[in-house]
Design a protein around this ligand. Sequence first.
Ligand code: SAM
Length: 448
Amino acid sequence: MLPVEFIDSMRQQLGNEAELLLRALETEPVTSIRLNSKLDVLTFDCDVDEVPWHVDGYYLSERPVFTLDPLFHAGCYYVQEASSMFLQQALEQYVDPSSIVLDLCAAPGGKSTLISEYLGSEGLLLSNEVVRQRVFVLSENIQKWGNGNTVVTHNTPAEYGERCRHLFDCLVIDAPCSGEGMFRKDEQARSEWSPRAVKLCAERQRSILMDVWDALKPGGILIYSTCTFNEEENEKNVEWVADTLGAEIMPLDYEPSWGVTESTMGYHFYPHKVRGEGFYLCVLRKLDNEPVQTVKIKPKTESRRIPDRPAQTEMMRGWLQHPEAWAIRYTDRFATAYPVQYKELIDFLSTQLTCISTGFGLGEERGKGMAPQHSLSMLKDLRKEAFPNVALTLEQALAYLRTEALMIPDLPMGMQLLTYEGVPLGFAKNVGNRLNNLYPNEWRIRKL
Ligand code: SAM
């Protein structure tokens, strides 16, 4: 049952059209995925249709059991609600791929993986989640996506506002909201909804926006979105940003056939008009009326660092297709790699922010040598030929993902890159009498 006060509020907001929306909210949700450039072609055992506003977005006529698909675990696609892929349009129209972008409310990572893909090898993404329990799934999804251009952080909006003044070309704020747009997907969203929850969400959204505002460059772009319909959390907040914080609202081009609804400010996705859940997005440009004042980046003191180890570094560079593109840093036993053009900035940010993962984990000291970290196997820049490749069957791949022991005869000794349909799943080490499964325990499939 939809909450009665929600029905009333939609009738007030949408007039006669509200009945169409309310009816659509009682129908089945749509399943959609966004394909990773790791893979050229992906086949599903059902009908597939294109999501019109994102070139890599596809609707599936049925919902497969994704857990049983090794390619899902290898980050070949992300199961993402179709409406929210509209973010791509805002990026294409207002954000240069060489930008520094902050995705402030990022877990579990649907929008961050989209932004990471958009920025490719040119830009840098800071992907942040303030809720501790949610930050690890974010980091997992970012690593699986495999671009290496993302730093995952666990900070408050205020910490960003205070410590990263005027740093970002673009802020993406996919704000925590009352979730009206998820009513047909998520029973809990219905049961937790109330007019008071809407009011509290709207207030929280304003404080998030206010706290982080200083991190955006003058003239920079704010992309604000929610998965709710009401004006309090959408138009009224956007108007408040424009009037109080100082920004102008920017128009977006879209095809009329997409079914997008343009409101007084921003764009709504209503499930009776689009194939997707409820979503709202608005682009704003921060007024350019104050001088840019970025934080001074002081080179980090090297004293606490273990000095670079040339022989190991050289060996690990051989694991990469474009070794020159990455800076490598050692922290205790671990070597991490991140885009070389952002080295100074990332080194500085890691002194200011709580970084959960920086670029990707490259290697780990094991005995006298370095072993590859799992994150490397997910990286698109991995040089697959650097390791013996072992092609797994579906059954073997699922056993590997459940961290079970594998028995595969006639393999060379040492580290093996396990693949499924040509896509890396992770590493295992042949120690002679057995194959040590090195899949991360915390990512394993727990139940089938
Ligand atoms: N952008 C994500 C995606 O596409 O996968 C979904 C984000 S979800 C709508 C909103 C996120 O904001 C949640 O992960 C939630 O933990 C986080 N959040 C909750 N309270 C917050 C706060 N006060 N400041 C910043 N983020 C908050």
